[in-house]
Design a protein around this ligand. Structure first.
Ligand code: SIN
Length: 281
């Protein structure tokens, strides 16, 4: 396959052309894709037609599949590695996770080893008279770090934040057993990307409930200021979905949120897979 990489024009993100994910991908092509993934943090392939096993196989090329609690309730029956993200109901019951990720976040940051990346494959996209709805926004935590004043860099480098699974309000409140599975953990506020070596801010509202060695109010003010800084327009790419898009993001270099500007009968249906990651350093 001969691949073409088309940057989005935002601070990061690129479309990859010339790849059919339904066909075997040779090692050289895969290396070019992985290189682009590390460089651009968000990459996407348009007009794909893939089955759940093909999505799982492609995800596995990037590392072991990561399972999260939603998969236990809303996975694709024949492919438990895939979580259904959807607002669709059948026989009065949701077929997938609704309103997933509507606030800025990085996936499973509350885990001791948060996932390397996440992949979404778009099967149905809501629209209004041809206008696509249900976009996803991404914000570069690396560009946000690069833009910080030196004094702030010195103030936060080396500090650790507390990440608490119970901190965020979810559309489907977790059970006590699920909460118990993820006791609070600490991660560095300034992470180093394991491949590119770029420094990335790793802090967000709700999931971050404190900063080690800092008094509550002071920590809250800092968390809010950094969370707002990360999502400034200059650091954001907004993806307008098309059916057949397969998009993947790097959970160290970007945060994301799903725009909830649609409702039934407008349907959104995505298949999501996640690859495991390392302890943040
Ligand atoms: C998510 O946060 O994983 C969901 C993103 C989306 O549905 O756009």
């Amino acid at each position: 396959m001969s691949i073409e990489i088309i940057p989005t024009g935002a601070a990061f993100g690129a479309e990859i052309r010339g790849v059919d994910l339904a066909r075997p991908i040779d090692d050289e092509t895969f290396a070019a894709i992985e290189h682009a993934y590390n460089d651009y943090a968000v990459i996407f392939f348009r007009d794909q037609h893939i089955t759940p096993p093909q999505q799982v196989a492609f995800t596995r090329r990037f590392g072991e599949i990561e399972f999260n609690i939603f998969g236990e309730r809303w996975s694709v029956p024949s492919s438990p590695e895939i979580i259904v993200v959807s607002n669709v109901t059948e026989d009065g019951r949701p077929i997938g996770v609704r309103r997933a990720g509507e606030n800025w976040h990085s996936d499973m940051c509350y885990a001791s080893r948060p996932p390397r990346g996440t992949m979404l494959y778009a099967l149905e996209i809501p629209e209004l008279f041809g206008l696509a709805l249900g976009d996803t926004e991404f914000a570069s935590t690396a560009a946000a770090w690069d833009a910080l004043p030196e004094r702030m860099r010195r103030h936060i480098d080396g500090r650790r934040a507390v990440f608490d699974f119970a901190g965020r309000k979810r559309a489907f409140p977790p059970t006590q057993a699920e909460i118990d599975r993820y006791p609070p953990v600490t991660h560095p506020i300034v992470r180093t990307h394991p491949v590119t070596g770029r420094k990335c801010l790793y802090v967000m509202r709700d999931d971050c409930t404190g900063i080690e060695g800092m008094e509550g109010r002071e920590a809250e003010t800092l968390i809010d200021a950094l969370a707002d800084h990360i999502v400034k327009p200059a650091f954001v790419y907004r993806h307008q979905w098309r059916v057949g898009d397969l998009l993947m993001w790097d959970n160290c270099t970007v945060q994301h949120r799903a725009i909830q500007d649609y409702d039934l009968p407008q349907r959104r249906l995505m298949h999501r897979t996640t690859t495991g990651g390392a302890v943040p350093l």
